[in-house]
Design a protein around this ligand. Structure first.
Ligand SMILES: Cc1ncc(COP(=O)(O)O)c(C=O)c1O
Length: 416
């Protein structure tokens, strides 16, 4: 017998996580397990372990300090290193006092939503959006997410108009909206927003008197020509800086999702105070904090690592899109992140989310390729899928060739 709230929260496990664990439990191997899944559903960067290994696998004797309680919102040393790192890569001075370190960006999202919203209040999110927002922002806080639909014909480009319209509608419906939340660079689409687009978001937020939550977990995973701009550099010009809250973590830019290390940055003293208290429920282990502080303490290594990671991301994206091109599968152009947002709508039996789900099921069952359907990202139109390319190039080639053959010659798509 479990409580109602435990039942509610356990039923809310994100589709992304469910698909990940199922596919990973039965992984494809050309000889050892040819019938297993190729998992292109999970946004992990598996291309950089060789760069990380020399830093992380050497003998590192624990000290007594590493085994004790650190401040539950992050040790002064890690927050100091993070302030220098984020300041350097995001181009804005960061005060370590404004950083709250927790066990993953997921926990940081949960904390900011719980801090800003009471149950029943709302956060507006441009859609398609990172699917786990449904759980991370709304699960424990019990706020509602209201999608602001972006247009497929414009490759789901972020516009202030879409946000403005949704915020107007929410007000007319009597809903109290506390914030706009977005991913920048965007996940799932992989866009890097120029200053002008971000300014529009801040202006709309100011006009509607709401905060902005900017999830910048892919800030250093940009491989295209558009330079990344952090919301933190623009805050104050359009919206008081205290109303802009950043999320970041080591999962993406450092290829360390298993460390579950993330942070909230806020200059609002009340929000920061509450977030420090809520960090009590999701602190990062003292030992992991020490490992990460050591990593950041070598800025030359960090810069070289990030540069090489970006180069590999670009090469991986180019190789994956070349396979898609060869099957005339179109996609929204990406400049950042680990995924490609592909348009499989021409292959839906009809233009519905039901048909999208059936196509997803066919790929999952008959060719054993795990990618994620647009519905998991609240995509406003059916037929879009997110596939992640940042794993072994041979596996990506194999998976995308299977997808291409299934779509273009369905009879060939029989299970290998
Ligand atoms: C935009 C975004 N935010 C947060 C997360 C979760 O980060 P973490 O693993 O640090 O909780 C992810 C992971 O996919 C993500 O893509």
């Amino acid at each position: 017998m479990v409580s109602k709230q435990a039942s509610r929260l356990s039923a809310a496990a994100p589709a992304i996580a469910v698909a990940h664990f199922r596919a990973e439990a039965d992984p494809y191997h050309p000889t050892g397990n040819p019938g297993g899944y190729i998992n292109l559903g999970t946004a992990e960067n598996r291309l950089v372990w060789d760069l990380l290994a020399p830093k992380l696998t050497g003998a590192r004797p624990l000290t007594a300090r590493d085994t004790r309680y650190a401040p539950l919102y992050g040790s002064a040393r890690l927050r100091g290193e993070l302030a220098s790192f984020l300041g350097r890569t995001m181009g804005v001075p960061i005060d370590s006092e404004n950083i709250v370190v927790v066990a993953g960006a997921t926990a940081a999202l949960d904390i900011i939503a719980t801090t800003l919203c009471d149950p029943g209040e709302a956060i507006v999110v441009p859609a398609p959006y990172y699917g786990a927002f449904d759980v991370d922002l709304a699960g424990r806080s019990e706020c509602r997410l209201i999608p602001a639909p972006l247009s497929a014909s414009d490759s789901f480009w972020l516009t202030g108009t879409a946000l403005d319209r949704t915020l107007d509608q929410a007000r007319n419906d009597g809903v109290v909206v506390r914030a706009v939340a977005l991913t920048s660079p965007s996940n799932p689409v992989g866009q890097v927003f120029p200053e002008q687009s971000l300014r529009e978001v801040l202006q709309v937020a100011a006009a509607h008197d709401v905060d902005v939550i900017s999830d910048e977990i892919y800030a250093n995973s940009v491989f295209g020509p558009q330079r990344f701009t952090s919301m933190a550099t623009l805050a104050q010009s359009a919206l008081p800086a205290e109303r802009v809250h950043l999320i970041w973590g080591f999962a993406k830019d450092f290829g360390l999702p298993g460390f579950k290390a993330g942070l909230l940055h806020t200059t609002n003293p009340d929000v920061r105070g509450a977030a420090r208290e809520l960090a009590y429920f999701a602190p990062l282990s003292t030992d992991t904090q020490a490992v990460l502080a050591d990593l950041l303490a070598d800025p030359d290594w960090v810069d070289a690592f990030l540069a090489e990671s970006r180069r590999r991301l670009g090469a991986s994206y180019a190789a994956a899109t070349a396979v898609l091109d060869s099957f005339s599968i179109t996609y929204a152009p990406a400049q950042a992140g680990f995924s490609i947002w592909v348009d499989l709508s021409p292959w839906l039996a009809e233009s519905t989310f039901d048909a999208e789900w059936r196509l997803w099921r066919r790929m999952y069952d008959s060719i054993r390729v795990s990618i994620l359907p647009g519905a998991a990202f609240s995509c406003p139109e059916p037929g879009w899928f997110r596939l992640c390319h940042t794993t072994d190039a041979g596996l990506v080639q194999e998976a995308l060739t299977r997808v291409g053959r299934l779509l273009t010659h369905p009879a060939v798509g029989a299970r290998p």
